[in-house]
Design a protein around this ligand. Structure first.
Ligand code: GLC
Length: 542
């Protein structure tokens, strides 16, 4: 059978009781690195708009755009100084409106990133707080606390996710101002004080602004960290950057945070169609699933999966744990293998040809799992993580924490030609991209893969088309749930329902599939019913 059997592209018309996001595949766009319209080497809204037909041609249901709002860009836009604007680096509000309109006309939903845990130190409300001084209502919008013992000792032992302490002096020059302010990320990203109701009111306005424009939903940045334990007590752990925020129970997963999402869900449902909330809730499955209870967000990423290596037992354990959480809280896992913070799957699964083969298999598996899925730009091209030269690295996490996320953020290769920055900059092809594209980047180029029937790009399209077809024919339904197991020969199986299972050969020998007809496989099957190592298949049972 052909490795990339193409189902016919069909409209995603589902039975009316299925909400669009239950079947959706969303393509994550990191605008800086997607396409550069104005030729300054940084991707922007004009570039993305020009390339929207490409995204639509993949057969996905929508896009999630990481932040493009005004920002000093200390953390590539996750330091927002105006939640309701467009940074001139990326374009104008008129360009955003045009982008939204075109996306909708192409059948793509548009999700934006909202960053409610912290803003930029350049945000007018933080600037006003600095100016207003200790004890002022302006300072109560953030966590300003006087130093202990003498003013040179920060209020507690919390560590920043980016390395170093989570506190900076508000006004180091002043003898009178003894306040420190909290920043779980860099010093340029002060945390909002969600115990002050004015903060909640402010964010209601931000949500309404984008929802009124017709934006279809929001991805919520560090959604589990908005509330800090009352009194800001020391953390029992001071190990520093361990698995993001999870190592500090005083800032992670406080019960009060759920009220925020209940309120946001109510707001999202005031719109028709209802707006989607998807959370970056980097917690163990049972805790993360509580954020997707019926009156909170509709989705939260299944973070267990972005950390998996090529280990069938680990996949099955993570899958079953997510299923158990689903049964407990009625929430469907939302699958993703990559995003802009994570080492790309090709590299995570071993790198080189082997890693590329495994990443193809993993992508086929991902799109067959029960629940919505997210793809990260370049995943459809099988891009590996790039070892960005030291002098070119810009990630603040690298500077302070020693972990570098730039390798997953290198501008996409559209064409084969390195002299013309691989087609990244549309207006000035000689522009220097903000992160250097490595040698050999052209082998992954879109233009090239479009010509190769068995490319990662064409495999992605085939899987998305088949997925749509199976939803339409009710082989896939919203009631599906995965049963994960490892068969002999390290064959990973996720049984989706009575008719369908996904199989991934994770061992070193060919394995026989237990039963059924293969609908799609990552690589050609050399013998019917057998999967070679590092191949994956969608199987319709007898
Ligand atoms: C999230 C984002 C990451 C950012 C951090 C701080 O984890 O995905 O890129 O650095 O939040 O906003």
């Amino acid at each position: 059978m052909s490795p990339v059997q193409s189902g016919t592209v069909e409209e995603n018309t589902l039975t009316p009781d299925v909400q669009w996001w239950q079947s959706a595949v969303i393509y994550q766009v990191y605008p800086r690195s997607f396409a550069d319209g104005d030729g300054d080497g940084v991707g922007d809204l004009a570039g993305l708009t020009a390339r929207l037909p490409y995204i639509a041609s993949l057969g996905v249901d929508g896009i999630w755009m990481t932040p493009f709002q005004p920002s000093p860009q200390l953390d590539q836009g996750y330091d927002v100084s105006d939640y309701c604007g467009v940074d001139p680096l990326f374009g104008t509000m008129d360009q955003f409106d045009a982008l939204l309109e075109l996306a909708h006309s192409l059948g793509l939903r548009v999700l934006l990133d909202v960053v409610p845990n912290h803003c930029s130190s350049e945000h007018p409300l933080f600037q006003a707080a600095l100016a207003a001084g200790p004890g002022s209502p302006e300072r109560d919008m953030f966590h300003f606390v006087p130093g202990t013992a003498d003013r040179d000792v920060p209020p507690n032992n919390w560590q920043s996710v980016f390395g170093g302490r989570a506190w900076s002096r508000a006004n180091p020059e002043s003898a009178m101002d003894k306040d420190w302010y909290l920043h779980l990320f860099s010093a340029g990203q002060p945390d909002w004080n969600w115990r002050n109701p004015a903060v909640g009111d402010y964010f209601d306005g931000v949500l309404r602004f984008w929802f009124d424009k017709g934006v279809d939903g929001l991805r919520i940045d560090v959604a589990h960290a908005l509330f800090k334990a009352e009194g800001l007590p020391d953390s029992p752990f001071t190990g520093g950057v361990v698995d993001g925020l999870r190592s500090n129970p005083q800032v992670s997963d406080q019960e009060e945070v759920h009220e925020v999402y209940r309120r946001w869900r109510t707001l999202a449902e005031k719109y028709e169609p209802h707006r989607l909330l998807v959370g970056e809730v980097n917690l163990e499955p049972a805790r993360a699933a509580r954020y997707t209870r019926a009156d909170e967000m509709q989705q939260a990423f299944a973070f267990a999966f972005v950390k998996l290596g090529w280990d069938p037992a680990a996949w099955a354990a993570a899958g079953n744990e997510l299923e158990a959480a689903r049964r407990l809280h009625g929430a469907t896992p939302t699958w993703a293998l990559e995003n802009h913070d994570i080492v790309r799957s090709v590299t995570r699964f071993g790198g080189g040809e082997l890693g590329a083969l495994r990443a193809r298999a993993a992508l086929v598996a991902l799109l067959g799992l029960p629940g919505p899925a997210y793809l990260y730009q370049g995943q459809e091209l099988g891009l590996p993580e790039v070892d960005v030269p030291l002098e070119a690295r810009v990630d603040p996490m690298w500077a302070r924490g020693g972990v570098c996320r730039d390798g997953a953020r290198v501008p996409l290769p559209w064409t084969d030609d390195p002299a013309l920055n691989h087609g990244f900059s549309l207006a000035d092809p000689a522009a220097e991209p903000w992160l250097p594209q490595p040698d050999g980047w052209g082998t992954h180029a879109v233009e090239r893969q479009q010509q190769e029937p068995e490319s990662a790009l064409n495999l992605t399209k085939a899987a998305l088309a088949m997925r749509r077809h199976l939803w339409k024919n009710e082989v896939f339904t919203a009631a599906d749930g995965g049963k994960w197991q490892v068969e002999s020969g390290n064959l990973l199986i996720c049984e989706r329902n009575a008719h369908f299972y996904v199989a991934v050969a994770m061992g070193t020998e060919p394995v026989k599939l237990p039963t059924g007809t293969v609908l799609l496989s990552a690589e050609p099957l050399s013998e019917a019913g057998w999967l070679h190592p590092n191949n994956a298949a969608w199987v319709l049972k007898g």
